[in-house]
Design a protein around this ligand. Sequence first.
Ligand SMILES: Nc1ncnc2c1ncn2[C@@H]1O[C@H](COP(=O)(O)OP(=O)(O)OP(=O)(O)O)[C@@H](O)[C@H]1O
Length: 409
Amino acid sequence: MIEAVGLTKRYGAKTAVDDLSFQVRPGAVTGFLGPNGSGKSTTMRMILGLDRPTAGHVTVCGHPYRSLPNAPRQVGALLDAKAVHGGRTARTHLLSLAQLAGIPARRVDEVLGVVGLQDVAKRRSSGFSLGMGQRLGIAAALLGDPQVLLFDEPVNGLDPEGIHWVRNLMKTLASEGRTVFVSSHLMSEMALTADHLIVIGRGRLLSDMSVTDFISANSADFARVRVPENAPEEREKLTSSLIEAGGGVLSEPDGALRVTGLPLPRISDLAHACDVRLWELSPHRASLEEAYMRMTQGVVDYRSTDDAKAGLLEPVQGPYGGAQGGYGGYGAEQGPGPLQPAEAAQQSWYAPPPPGQNPYAASGPAAAPVGQNPYAAPVPPAPAPAPTSTPEPSPADRAGEQQTSEDPR
Ligand SMILES: Nc1ncnc2c1ncn2[C@@H]1O[C@H](COP(=O)(O)OP(=O)(O)OP(=O)(O)O)[C@@H](O)[C@H]1O
């Protein structure tokens, strides 16, 4: 069990962690989520005694980390996989950690096998790939067979097989009754791995609940409705009828309608009443990613802006003499043709509105005609119909390097 009470960390004027209280219980995988710079690593560092709280406290198994008897046997952590002496081999690195913690050498070979690094055990870790480094960090965390495990973005750099392996490892460790606390920006992975979520934004607690409850609390169920593609008038007729009946209608990237606020049988009846054929009518539940985006969109510090490519949009001479958009697809005056606007690739992404705002209200933004995204920034009138554009999630770039002044193990 990890317990934080009023945990606060300030760096000068910057409050990285702000009065955070939570418990991480044994027997479950607890996901630790938050936008870049929200204070996840700082919190983990305080749990591991690497940073001293400005206020509040945090305990592991009832003790501050630094007071735990033989801490490496009780707590294992992967904070920064790069915090390894690159001149050492994987085995030597683990052996030195094992010796410091009084762990027998044979355990080193066990964990090398568990993480799949047995064949490169005698290679210097400086030559390791990102994924191999992550595996070595996980091996170090497992070394003392601890009851409490912390992983800061453990699947970073892992290949699909590695991600699958980490997912099963976390679940297995939790099923053995251990406390598993894991941060990640990969929502799809968290949805498959975590039982419980702690979500923070700008250092403050936003949510502490099960994954299922989190999704229910932060998303709206919706129906996907598709009419025949060659019948735009039926689509319009149905859209009007659905809005009149109090439903909310948005256009999906593939042309389907996303309908909220009406049960499926009612949608079917309305379609029947206005003589519209349906090719699809299916119930949907928002994903963890959608729920997370909805919850955290007000506390994201680092947002990307459009890349206007100023000065780079002059037509350039193509290899065969034709004038071409300089960057194939990003030109401002693209005509119809094989080149697509850059935004096209992002159209499958959808962010539900913030809690408390009903985009489907008749006077609200989502009453916009189908094909327009009520959340998109206003755009000047264009000669051709504007493509649906959606808010863009911020990049997953790390806000800064972690400093691991001490090895927690
Ligand atoms: N040693 C430090 N000195 C000053 N500011 C710091 C220090 N460590 C972290 N911060 C700041 O505290 C805030 C929280 O950083 P932290 O690394 O804990 O966030 P995070 O949630 O782990 O971010 P990410 O998801 O990008 O890894 C950031 O604004 C960061 O710049």
